[in-house]
Structures are given as C-alpha cells and as structure tokens.
Design a protein around this ligand. Structure first.
Ligand code: PCD
Ligand SMILES: [Cu+]
Length: 805
C-alpha cells in the first residue's frame, strides 16, 4: 500500500478536502450541455400550459369567454378561477401569511396577473389559444405608490375588506398589511432629542428582480393508477413545496414526489410558490397527462417575485466626536397586490433588524409598514438573506450621511464605531447576538490594500482640477463594511409555515470506501456537489472524488428547508459534518476491534485510525468501510451510514469590507469602475475558488442593481422594464475586474466554523457602488440620491449641483 509512504500532508492533499480549490465537479456536465433542467424533461403524452395574463394593473374581471380558444385544434382545456374554486385552489396561501389568487377571482391587482390557464398539445398552440381567450375587464383606479396607497379610498384587496387583523397584527388601513416594530421607540427618540448631531435621510432601495437565466417552470404528472403525483420544478425548497402541495391538495404527502432537477440560477426567485405550479398540477389531475409549464422572460420579470422596494426613513444620532448614540428607522415596504414575501414566518420584514450593521449602536428602533399596491407580489431575498441587503444599504448610506454632517472622513467614522473584536458575542440593540467578528482587522487590511490615503489625496486634487476647468471627470471612493446574518435557523426563531428551519444530511459509505451523501438543500449553481463532498472528505478521510452528492429529490433526500438565505453552509454544512462525525465514531470502534485495542487507544490521522504511539499500526477508512460490511464487531449492526438533522444554535454573521473606486463623467453620466476590492470573512473557507466565484457573481449582481437594474412602472401600472432590452443585466463589457481578499474568523458554534458567503457580495456590493457615486459628488454638495445610478440619473445629479456650467 503506497499509503504508507505518503506524509500526512500528502494524504490530506489527496482527499481534496476543506480548503482545497477543487474544480467544480458539476461543470463537466454543464459545459457539455448535459445539464438536466425542467424544460429538458419530456414525458409521454405531455401537454403544455400557458397563461392568459391581465394587461391591466387594476381591473374587475367581468367575464372570461373560453369558446374560441377551446375550438382551436390541439387545445385540451382552459382553466379559470371558477374551475379551481370547487377544489378550493383558486387562491393559495403565501409564505408571508397572506393568500394570493391562483387565477383572477373577480379582479386583477397587477399587470401580468394570471387570469386563465390554457392546456394544449404543444407550447405554440397553447400560446395561440391564450390569445383567443376573451376577457372582459373594467378598469379600476391604479395605485403604484405605497404612500398614496395608505391615503387612498380605493380598496385594493376587497377579499380582506373589514378585516382589521392581519397575519402580523393590526391593519391600520384597508391597503395596509402589517406593522413590525423592533427595539425601544421611546428610548431611541429620547437619544435623538438629546444628541449633539442628528442626520436624517430617506433612503430608497428600488424595486428590482432576481431574473435568473432559467425562468420558473414545472412539470406535473399525476399517475391515476398508483395515485402518485410527481412534480418537477425550479424549486429552491423542494421538501417545503411537497408539504404545501399536500396540505392544499389533500394528496397524502407520501404520494407526492417533488424533484428539483438542475436549476439555472435561483437568487431567491424560486423560493415561493407560483400559480403555474398549482395550475400544472391541477391540469395534470384533470387531464390525466403530464403537464409542463415554463414561463418566458417577460412573464418572469412581470409576475414572479420581485425584490426590495423599501422606503427607509432614517435618523442617526452621534456625539460631536462621531460616536453614534442612536439609530431610528421607519420603512414603508411596497409588497404589490399580495404579500408573497419569502421570509421566516415570525419576520414579516425579514432580518431588516440587522440594520445597526457593523456598529456598536447602543439604542435603536425600527418599524416597518407593509403596504399593498398594484404591482407584482413578492418581496424575496435577491441574493441577500431576507432583507439584509436593504438593511446594509440603509446603514451604510446613513453612515455616509452622518459623515457629511460631522464633516468627517467616512472611513474614520466607521473605525470609531465598529463593534470591537472583544465584544463578541455581541448583543445588538435590535435583538441579534452576533456570533463572531473582527471588523477593525478587516477594515485596516482593506484600506491598506487600496492605499486609501493616496486615493483621498488624488480625489482632492481632482476636485481642484475640476474647479479649475482642467477635467470633466470626478472620482468617487465607495466604502462599505457590512455584516450579514445567514443560516436560518434556530428552529425556535425561524420557521416557514410552521416548518422549523433545520437542515439535514445523510451519508452512506459503500463497502469499497466510496460514498453517497444526500442533503435537504438544493444547488442552483453554487456547487454543492463539489463543496459538501469536501467537508465529508476532511471529516472521514475518503477522497472527495469518491463521494457523490445528491439533492432535490424528496423521495430520497432527508427533509430539509432548502437553499436560500445562504443557509446551506451554515445549516446543511453543519449537518454534513455532524453526520460524518457519527460515521467516524462508528469507524473508530471498528478500527479498534480490528487492531485488537481498546476504542480509546486509537487516534484519528487524516484518513485512518492508528494505534496511539504506534502509527505504523492502522486501519484506513477504506479498510474500515469494507470491514463494516463483512467483519462487523459482534453485537454491532453492519453497515456504515448516518443521518443528521441539524438545528443551529444561532445564525452565522459573515462580514466584509468592500471598496469601489469610480470615475464619473459629469457631462454624460457615464461611470467606470477603476478598482473594486472585496474582502470577505466567511469563517472557515471550504473551497476558495468557489468562494471567489460567488464573490464575482454577487458583486456583478450588485453592480447591476446599484447602477441600472430596476422594475419600474408608469402611473397606469404598466411595467416599463419587462424585457432584457430595458432590464439591465451586466455583460462582460460592463463588468469590471475584482480583487478578492479575506480574513478568517470562524463561527464559534458551527462544527467546522464556516459561515455563508453566497449573498455577502450583494449585501456589501450595492452600498459600495452607490457610495462611490455619492462620494464622487460629495465635494460638490450631494447628500443623498436614489438608486439605480444609471447615466441619466447621474447626469441629473451633476446638473442639479450646477456642474454643467
Ligand atoms: N465558508 C464557505 C461558505 C460557502 N462556501 C461555498 O460557497 C457556496 C455558497 O454557500 P452559501 O453561502 O452557504 O449559500 P447557499 O445556501 O449554498 O446558496 C444560497 C445563495 O447562493 C448564491 N449564489 C448563487 N450562485 C449561483 N451560481 N446561482 C445562484 O442561484 C446563486 N444564488 C445566490 C443566493 S440568492 Mo437567495 O435565494 O436570494 O436567499 S441565497 C443564495 C456553496 O457552494 C458553499 O459550499 C464555501 O466554500 N466556504
Ligand atoms: Cu433579501
């Protein structure tokens, strides 16, 4: 055995375990076009569904005439709310405790709302037939502004009329959904009243959309003989979907098999439940044939879950020296026609109460009011754990605004107020216990890496040159220090529709020393098959290359709550390590038995158990695996497998320091990112290459959001950005170079010390880009301006500041 000739380091390297920049095993398939997405699923006799959608943002649906559509050859059925009503399926519950129409029931509340579902023999016939469905609408007044909505006599949700209690407490107005309050209002207001300095600003984080490359879709197949429903779909939470389908359809849960095949990006868009899923299931039950529904790009942008749309009114108080004494925030949250926000049940505004950020703020108060308008429903985490990007954007803008008020350097203001390394675990004024952090170290490393002082000197020179007429370009230095909160979790705080947010992993070792692991999460491109195998490799000493990973099939995977909110590593990653440790514990008994020593007389050594003090006497994990199946210890059951359901004791708190240096042409509003530095601390790093990829992707999405991407409506409620001609997706052309860096502050409660990282680059990136724009104009008097900072809006900033002469 050449094992004996290798050093421990060489044996460890062969495992490709944690810390290894292992190449993504998924990519062999993906780069050869061998992925298997929902739209690749083809079944015998499969039918296709397509929606009739409302052209109006608010209208009464007086009648739906299906005749012409049904007369078209190849059309099998046209479903309306009337058809679904007897089954109780014309409305469905949302994750936020609201309910949502599956098909228009008497009225429509947003443009693109589903009115009828046409089922036909192929996709094209279905689309043609959808055009033939004749809907008689009566237009109603449209409200697209949440502040107006709260003053309007127009009742948007007639189904809730007279209902003064909502899912999250009292409703103040017929278009009001909930008020969520955190922190101490009176004490915070007292601090504001006495403060040396108070900066106040409205920070708007505009409506945008995750817009994954693959749109949403499903294929439902009801087998009437076995009574089994198989549902393929683009689900970020397949198990939760199975439970919800069972609860609302009455089909026993064991008779439902939900499968998430390959997913072409989720970004939060695929967490909730959509009308298309319900309609494909009903259509399959009705027709007895498999039914596929896949939306197109415009349908995805106009009807599936949007993100953000938070109006955050802020006040921040400080001493003259810049020590922050209090933070106050009132948010008006525009949820559109239904509250279909995907947050843990007890958090109607997600984790917005992380808005004290990285700073030691002794007193704080947050209130969020949810409001209905005539816009698409949703409110998902688009690459951020439940409204954390909103919170980070808010505090990182407020810090900048305060720095202006104090006439202070914004890097210094942050430094003065950071939570110190010795304050962790840190109890925040709005209720969180930050598990760990070392913000000062990260901050100094970042400032040094970009040579902050010379950048400031260059900027000062630039301002002079501009004033002297020597240049038409200004320079912005966008600073951000963010704190994320990921890994929902703890079941005591976090559940979705009553399902506790634990996660799971099951590992089965085969006799020859290879293995399969199944998890309750589901990769959408993150590379779980690569990274989770690395955790197992390090924990039990079998090569990652010999470990298969399977996710997304509810018939085989242990129950889990799915992948979003960067929870896979903090929760399922922990379950993986715990399951592996159970296996190692059994392996230790087997090894000791084979080596004829006491259990405690063997010790773990990379990929084997060796006799203490006699390292030449050992059994490798591979040998132990074989023994587990034929030479088991008398009385011990054969086999080598384990499962772990992990309920994390706390969330994890990744953080980072991002700096963006931007050049802006004041005459055209064009911008150029000259430098972007991203330092992330996600605790123990499983795969540095995947982390770097996550950061590149996330910062690019942040660039999109900050610099142009938006879901905009006109006053009639028409969506103005419903195609990729208008909705900004950066290409290689717009995407700058990034410098990535890291510090490592392990999570003290996670078995391997890892924190999530997938969302961090969005949470840190958006304020970094936006602060760069603001900072470029700060010397000319700009305090606050709303995103997205497209060329036109930047031009207007310059124009309003009188910079166009
Ligand atoms: N420390 C550490 C951490 C982490 N990691 C890695 O990294 C990744 C990620 O992770 P995380 O953070 O944990 O996360 P997840 O859970 O897995 O995932 C989720 C996320 O993820 C991200 N990313 C991504 N990518 C891709 N490609 N695609 C997609 O879709 C996506 N999405 C996005 C989102 S949006 Mo939400 O849903 O909004 O809530 S949330 C999210 C994986 O693989 C892992 O393993 C490592 O390595 N290390
Ligand atoms: Cu979010």
């Amino acid at each position: 055995m050449n094992d004996q000739t290798l050093t421990a380091e060489e044996r460890a390297a062969n495992l490709k375990g944690m810390g290894c920049a292992r190449k993504r095993v998924e990519d062999v398939r993906f780069t050869q076009g061998k992925g298997n997405y929902v739209d690749d699923i083809k079944m015998d006799g499969m039918l296709f569904g397509d929606f009739v959608r409302s052209p109006y943002a608010h209208a009464r649906v007086k009648s739906v005439n299906k005749e012409a559509a049904l007369a078209l050859p190849g059309v099998i059925a046209v479903l309306t709310a009337e058809d679904l009503a007897p089954l109780g399926l014309h409305w469905m519950p949302t994750l936020a405790g609201d309910k949502q129409m599956v098909l228009a029931d008497g009225k429509v509340l947003f443009q693109g709302q589903e009115v009828a579902f046409v089922v036909a023999e192929d996709r094209y016939i279905a689309a043609d037939a959808a055009e033939l469905v004749d809907v008689d609408y009566e237009e109603l007044p449209v409200i697209t502004d949440p502040f107006e909505s709260l003053k309007s006599d127009v009742v948007l949700r007639e189904d809730l009329e007279g209902q003064t209690e909502g899912a999250h407490g009292p409703r103040k107005h017929h278009n009001h959904i909930f008020t969520w309050e955190q922190g101490d209002k009176d004490a915070t207001e007292a601090v504001l009243a006495e403060a040396d300095v108070v900066a106040e600003e409205m920070v708007y984080y505009h409506r945008t959309h995750p817009c994954p490359l693959e749109t949403c879709g499903s294929v439902a197949s009801m087998d009437k003989v076995t009574g089994k429903l198989t549902l393929y779909g683009t689900f970020q939470a397949p198990h939760a979907i199975r439970t919800v389908v069972s609860l609302i359809s009455g089909i026993a849960e064991h008779n439902i098999r939900v499968i998430s095949p390959d997913i072409g990006g989720g970004f939060g868009n695929k967490v909730g439940a959509y009308a298309g899923y319900v309609c494909s299931v009903v259509a399959s039950i009705v027709t007895g044939k498999p039914v596929k529904w896949v939306e197109d790009r415009m349908e995805n942008l106009m009807s599936t879950a949007f993100a953000r749309d938070y109006w955050m009114q802020g006040k921040i108080a400080a001493t003259k020296e810049g020590k922050i004494t209090g933070l106050w925030c009132h948010t008006t949250a525009d949820h559109g026609g239904f509250d279909a926000c995907a947050d843990p049940t007890k958090f109607p505004a997600g984790f917005m109460n992380i808005c004290t950020g990285s700073y030691d703020i002794p007193m704080a108060y947050l209130a969020v009011d949810g409001v209905y308008t005539n816009k698409a429903p949703g409110g998902v985490a688009y690459r951020c754990s439940f409204r954390v990007t909103e919170a980070a954007y808010f505090i990182e803008r407020m810090i900048e605004v305060l720095a202006i008020k104090l006439n202070m350097d914004a890097a210094e203001l942050r430094r003065i107020n950071f939570i110190k390394a010795d304050q962790f675990p840190y109890q925040s004024a709005l209720g969180w216990e930050y598990d760990s952090g070392d913000y000062h170290t990260a901050w100094e490393k970042a400032l040094k890496a970009v040579d902050y002082d010379s950048l400031r000197a260059e900027q000062a020179q630039r301002v002079e040159d501009f004033k002297a007429g020597k240049t038409r370009k200004v320079l912005g230095i966008g600073l951000t220090h963010f704190t994320e909160i990921v890994g929902a979790g703890p079941v005591k705080n976090c559940d979705i529709l009553g399902l506790g947010m634990f996660d799971s992993c099951e590992i089965r070792i085969h006799p020859t020393g290879s293995a399969i692991a199944r998890l309750g999460t589901i990769s959408q491109g993150q590379g779980h098959a690569t990274t989770f195998a690395q955790i197992i490799a390090s924990e039990i000493g079998l090569p990652a290359d010999d470990i298969t990973l399977e996710e997304g099939d509810t018939d085989t995977a242990p129950y889990g709550l799915g992948t979003y909110g960067s929870r896979s590593t903090p929760v399922a990653g922990a379950a993986t390590a715990m399951a592996a440790r159970k296996i190692r514990a059994k392996a230790q008994m087997i090894a000791a038995y084979l080596l004829e020593v006491h259990d405690n007389d063997v010790e773990w050594d990379v990929d084997r158990f060796a006799v203490k003090g006699a390292p030449e006497r050992f059994k490798t994990m591979k040998e132990i695996a074989f023994a587990a199946y034929n030479q088991a210890i008398p009385g011990l059951e054969p086999g080598l497998e384990a499962v772990s359901y992990y309920d994390p004791p706390n969330m994890t708190y990744p953080f980072g320091a991002y700096i963006c240096v931007m050049e802006i042409d004041v005459d055209t509003g064009e911008w150029e990112v000259r430098q972007f530095y991203a330092l992330d601390d996600c605790g123990t790093r499983i795969n540095p290459m995947i982390i770097e990829g996550q950061v590149h992707g996330g910062v690019t999405e942040a660039l999109a959001i900050a610099m142009g991407q938006e879901i905009a409506y006109d006053e009639m409620g028409n969506i103005k950005t419903g195609t990729l001609m208008d909705f900004f997706i950066p290409t290689a052309w717009e995407t700058p170079n990034y410098t990535t860096d890291h510090t490592v502050t392990p999570s003290p409660h996670h078995p391997i010390g890892a924190k999530g990282v997938g969302e961090s680059p969005n949470v840190g990136g958006v304020p970094a880009f936006s602060n760069a724009v603001h900072d470029a104009f700060r010397p000319f008097g700009l305090v606050q301006s709303h995103m997205p900072h497209d060329h036109w809006r930047i031009w207007k900033i310059a124009n309003n500041l009188g910079m166009h002469g």
